[in-house]
Design a protein around this ligand. Sequence first.
Ligand code: GDP
Ligand code: IMO
Ligand code: MG
Length: 427
Amino acid sequence: MPATVVIGTQWGDEGKGKMTDLLSKEMQVVVRYQGGHNAGHTIVVDGETFALQLLPSGVLYPFITPVIGNGVVVEPKILIEEMDRLTARGVDCSRLVVSGSAHLVMPYHQEIDALTERYLGKNRLGTTKRGIGPAYADKASRIGLRVQDLLDPKIFRQKLDVVLKEKNLVLAKVYNRLGLSADDIARAYLDEYAPRLAPHIGDAVGLVHDTLAAGGGVLLEGAQATFLDLDHGTYPFVTSSNPVAGGACTGAGIGPRYISRVVGVAKAYVTRVGAGPFPTEIFGPEGDFIVEKGREFGVNTGRRRRPGWFDAVMMRHAVRLNSVDELVVTKLDILDTFPTLEVCVAYEAGGCRYESMPWHQSVLHDVTPVYERLPGWQSDTSGCMLESDLPKAALDYLDFLSEQSGVPISYVGVGPGRDQIIRYSGR
Ligand code: GDP
Ligand code: IMO
Ligand code: MG
């Protein structure tokens, strides 16, 4: 069985965790391929909420081997705490495999992330301050420490001593901060975290390929989303990895020919956390209503997410960038009470009409969305279990999103619960 990728098509928090959980039923291995503990993926099972940061969302099933791929940056303390929390709730995390090639998030990464944001002042990106950008920067600069280094104390210490010398200079001379102690870091990472993680560290690429070769299902779970992608997002208001489907190849160690299905997850509207352009952002009471009803607050940071109308221009671009085969539209229920809904079908800027994403970002900062208004359904969809249970105006809305995006909708979310998702075929 070839691999399936689940990606976010907007600015994150589309409901990837819930969709990964659903698709995991047909899989054997679920791999997180990028990002780190900046992610927050929620799954609600029988009223119980699981908010995952580093563990793949398939972890809740006993038949799944959860894998943290080489493309992820791993904060070991957070990972151990997450495993302990799940274990205490009866979830078996013993099968977890962490790629030895994944990079480690170090204490100086988190400190530098927070300091850089402060230093940027009003130009800050609104990062999660988890050290994600600095960790990927060190990976690219070839001074990062990797998960496999936890198994080799001598190498770990050598690398740490070299890199910390530079980091402490930056902390002291640029930010006027006290340096960090290599002994303290080594004690925590080597004496505390390494023994806990050692049984899980291994050959993630080999496992994925063995599973594929044996005909097993492999699901590649994206974190963040297309417009937070380092290359294709609204730079610099992006994360420092490649959430797009192509990132699944590098981040899990498989070639593109293994991927047969790309599932794009989208909210029935849009949200974004942190700074950056957002053409369809809704200010005022309608936006506040979406935030309140949709509980649009970050899973980890608690920050308010900015709400906006569905943006078909972005979606068409996301479909291209990821080769999306099918769209999963979540949170339809949040729009239940609106008398009318807006969908952005094009942008206007400088006397030009843009049906596709302007390649120059200065244009994006200045666009006026062109909206199509659709009637709302004004009835409760949260109890709907079949496509035929959905009101006609909701079906019309979904079909319009599908037509505008250029891909079929395969599932529709009508609530946070594991079962509140409807198989959809459209008309
Ligand atoms: P992820 O980062 O893409 O996995 O998404 P998050 O978990 O950060 O945010 C999605 C939120 O919406 C979570 O609180 C989910 O429980 C919730 N959710 C997912 N699908 C639906 C849906 O169809 N309706 C409603 N009301 N909530 C949903
Ligand atoms: P999931 O996987 C939404 C945003 C941050 C910030 C930018 C850079 O739950 O969808 P970073 O800490 O990554 O350097 O921050 O990216 N961001 C997310 N927004 N959902 C996420 O993850 C996010 N992870 C990062 O808010 O704007
Ligand atoms: Mg999230």
